[in-house]
Structure formats: C-alpha cells, structure tokens
Design a binder for this molecule. Structure first.
Ligand code: F6R
Length: 239
C-alpha cells in the first residue's frame, strides 16, 4: 500500500483529485465513488476543475434503505449536491434505497458492476475499520448486500440527522469482493478519530474484524491521510 501523509484534509483532497484526474486522463472510464465527510475536499477540487466528466460512468458504494433520492440525508442527494449537479457524468449509479426486493436488487447491482468494471475506486474508512458499510465480521467474499448498521456506525452518522432514531437501520452496500475487483483504489482518512483504524488497516493482521485490512492484498492501493489520521502509523509511512 502506498501511503501519502498530507498536512490537512484540504491538501489531502487536492492530492486525491490529482490521482483521479491523472487516472481519467490516462483512460479510466468507470469510477467507484463514496460519500461521507471525507471525500468532500476531493469533490470541492473536482467541481472547480475543468475536468470533463461527460464520458464517465460512476458507481456508488452504498445507500441507506428507506431513503428516497430526494431526501437530503440520502447518498443520492449527497452525490448530486457535491458532484453530479456541477459535473454531469454520462451515467451514474447509486444503490436504490427504495428497492422493493432488496435481495434481487443487490444481484442487479452486482451485474451493473460486472458490466462496468471499476477503474478507480474511492473509499473512506469507519472508525471501526469498515469500508463502505462492510462492518467488522462481514465475510470478505461477498458482493452487494443489505447490511444492518452497527450501533457505532448509527451513532457516528447521526451527526447528519436530527437525532439518532432517524438514522436508517440498514443500507445497501457493495461487498468487499466488489471493491477488491477494482483496478485501483484510493482510500482517504482524516482526523485523529480515524488514526487507530488506519493503523490496523495498514499494519495489523488481515482479518474480517477489520474489513479495510483486506486492502493489504490489493496490488494498487493509495492511502491519503492527514497527520492526525497518520499519528499511530510506524515512522516509515510518515513521508
Ligand atoms: C460512504 C461509505 C462509508 C464512509 C465511512 C467514513 O459511502 O461507504 O464507509 O466512507 O463511514 O465516513 P466519513 O467520511 O463521514 O467519516
């Protein structure tokens, strides 16, 4: 894993954008995208750039079950607001949180990913080491699935809602197997609350207890962390 330590999340977002921009100029056509606080500085750089996205396809990692695309807390809404409204893509996929038959829909989403192999996948990481909503204990070999959110994740995400009770209890999410099939992965993490998960992901054993640790097995992963998120890492990673 290549680790890049930046001063702060502003610089981290700029660095991540450089990687995406270069990848797209070099021919990447399908991007796996993420939501949450972490990618905001990347998307800020993206929308103010002159990068043309009209030939690109995007596939998002996850969506809450039960939220309509026009719900301001939905990941559909987030993506429209932070990127797609300002940078139109050829085609964008975000899981349908209103799907009636969630299990059948998950199979459909796997098919979408199969037909549009992901060239560059963007990831954030949860404080418990989750990637997408693959919580600790999720098998490494599964595709898109419905996941019950842990208490910790509900609590962490309640900052975007009026109160904890409003946070949906489950989500549709790409599996670790989908993520590992991407050609290139860029994971961003900022702030001291991510420091332990970052250390476990990079230096710890590969275990389903820390879903992000599977990334050690991927041949092309770049981790962009600010100094606070890098603080527990061995000195050799601090460039
Ligand atoms: C979002 C996602 C999540 C987040 C993670 C970190 O699409 O899949 O795994 O990347 O929960 O969230 P933030 O960035 O809000 O700290």
């Amino acid at each position: 894993m290549k680790v890049i330590v930046t001063e702060n999340k502003i610089q981290g977002g700029a660095k991540a954008f450089e990687i995406f921009e270069k990848g797209i100029k070099d021919g990447a056509k399908t991007l796996g995208l993420a939501t949450g606080s972490t990618p905001e500085t990347l998307y800020q750089n993206w929308v103010k750039s002159d990068l043309n996205c009209e030939n690109l396809t995007s596939i998002n990692l996850d969506e809450y079950v039960g939220l309509t695309p026009d719900n301001p807390q939905s990941y559909h809404y987030f993506m429209q607001k932070h990127l797609f409204d300002k940078k139109p893509f050829k085609k964008t996929y975000v899981p349908d949180g209103m799907a009636k038959d969630v299990a059948a829909y998950c199979k459909q989403y796997d098919q979408i990913i199969k037909e549009n192999p992901i060239d560059i996948q963007l990831l954030g990481i949860g404080r418990n080491g989750h990637i997408a909503f693959n919580e600790p204990g999720t098998p490494f070999d599964i595709g898109t699935h419905e996941v019950k959110l842990t208490k910790n994740t509900i609590k962490a995400n309640s900052r975007f809602f009026d109160n904890e009770d409003e946070v949906p209890k489950s989500a549709i999410c790409m599996g670790t197997a989908n993520i590992m099939q991407s050609k290139k992965i860029v994971l961003m993490a900022f702030g001291e609350k991510k420091a332990h998960a970052v250390k476990e992901m990079i230096e710890g054993p590969i275990t389903e207890d820390v879903p992000a640790s599977i990334l050690q097995k991927h041949p092309d992963v770049t981790v962009i962390v600010d100094k606070a998120a890098a603080q527990e890492l061995d000195d050799k990673y601090k460039n």
